[in-house]
Design a protein around this ligand. Sequence first.
Ligand SMILES: [Zn+2]
Length: 211
Amino acid sequence: MSSPGSSPSAATEVTATAAAPAPDPALCPACKKTHTIADAAAMKQLAQTPKRLAKLVNRLDANGWKQSYGPGKWSIRQLVAHLRDCEMVYAVRWRKMIAEENAVLTPFDQDLWASGTVYAKQDGKQTVATWSLLRATNLEMLKLAGKAALTRAGNHPEYGAITAGQLLRHILAHDENHLAHIEQARATGRKPAPRAAKAKGAGKKAAKSRR
Ligand SMILES: [Zn+2]
């Protein structure tokens, strides 16, 4: 604080700011990884994912949808339902961040959603179609809101402050992660283990399922 009568010193303020390094905007508050892709490139890639996913699930029969990428892991049907629900949650998060001041983002428990809303029995094709529409409408909204909108932040009780742009880059990494799981499930063709739900909810994994 400057003493009464003295003019505020710009030099002091610069020093104070420089003492605390600015957080790296590429460091993701959600997954703690570094996402270096530019916003425009991320949006382009996000627009392509629905076509890639549609190709992956295009010819699945009833058993194909039940394939899982490993013992105790989600089936392809459960994975696409998870992608759709994340897109739905992000639709609300982005709108709150961009349109409201000091938006508070609500976490959700992905494993409880999967079991409680019966991902294992949802219609896979309809899920993928819904997800594609949600993705398209989210990207349209983000484009219309403009570049400045991506710098707007919200507060997540577990991630802390996160910007719309950081969420954009995170969801791209999230897409890639789960598309790889779907590719793996198609290649290995395993059926989900009967105790999948139990194993997923057990121990320290339970804490990680809140997003
Ligand atoms: Zn991330």
